[in-house]
Design a protein around this ligand. Structure first.
Ligand SMILES: [Zn+2]
Length: 241
């Protein structure tokens, strides 16, 4: 999803809730283009569409959500927006890293206001999870020394798609990993036992890839990876029968 800069965030925050709700209503329900929406709302200047676009993106929607909510009402949207923590969304937009799960896995299948709120909340939840993991792991990959936030990912132990809504934002179902170790873990080339020793798949040639098989797992200060999820990971990838 697109991230907004501070100028656009401030613009959205300066708009009355009612105006924000109407923008979303026109877009999500009626499928009106952002440029035309600006013509329909007095508070917005009819420019190149960026004002309406900013509102749509601020709340985590994009072109894929256009006209996807046929039963939405203005009231439902307004109620949803009143329940949203704007500061958290703002932090999310200003955060360095994009969580790929957010963009890839939010589905727009249901069509009432609850789903709009759920979508926004899911983004907030993902952002919070990342923040928690960065703290728990001291902003460093649990398996190496990489500490550049742009290279760090909240890696799910039980995959996002297999997880329930609660499991997706459970810090014990995630490990802060760099992109390399996230990839190795995701494909099951490495796993962890209950003592947090790293297990290496015999089917992957670490040496030829120049990847160390002498990894020490650095435990987080809290929310250690849950043994339940780790067991599932080992079962899934053939470390246990
Ligand atoms: Zn790493």
């Amino acid at each position: 999803m697109a991230k907004l800069d501070q100028r656009r965030i401030n613009f959205v925050k300066g708009l009355p809730i009612d105006v924000r709700a109407r923008v979303l209503f026109y877009f999500l329900k009626e499928g009106i283009s952002n440029r035309k929406i600006e013509g329909l709302i007095d508070e917005l200047n009819e420019e190149d569409g960026w004002q309406a676009w900013s509102v749509i993106h601020f709340y985590g929607f994009d072109g894929n959500s256009k006209a996807k909510y046929p039963t939405l009402t203005l009231k439902k949207i307004k109620d949803s927006l009143l329940n949203v923590n704007v500061e958290e969304l703002e932090e999310f937009h200003l955060a360095n890293s994009v969580e790929r799960e957010i963009t890839a896995n939010i589905k727009f299948t249901e069509n009432d206001g609850k789903d709009v709120l759920r979508t926004i909340k899911a983004r907030q939840g993902q952002y919070k999870l990342r923040k928690t993991l960065l703290q728990n792991y001291n902003c460093k990959c649990a398996m190496c020394d990489i500490n550049n936030p742009k290279l760090l990912i909240t890696s799910h132990i039980k995959t996002w798609s297999a997880s329930s809504a609660d499991e997706r934002i459970n810090p014990s179902n995630s490990i802060l990993l760099c992109k390399l170790h996230d990839g190795l873990f995701e494909y099951g080339y490495i796993s962890l036992n209950d003592d947090y020793e790293v297990l290496y798949s015999p089917t992957f040639d670490f040496g030829s890839q120049g990847i160390s098989t002498n990894i020490t797992f650095t435990k987080p200060i809290c929310d250690k990876p849950s043994s339940v999820f780790l067991k599932e990971h080992r079962l899934k990838h053939g470390y246990e029968l």
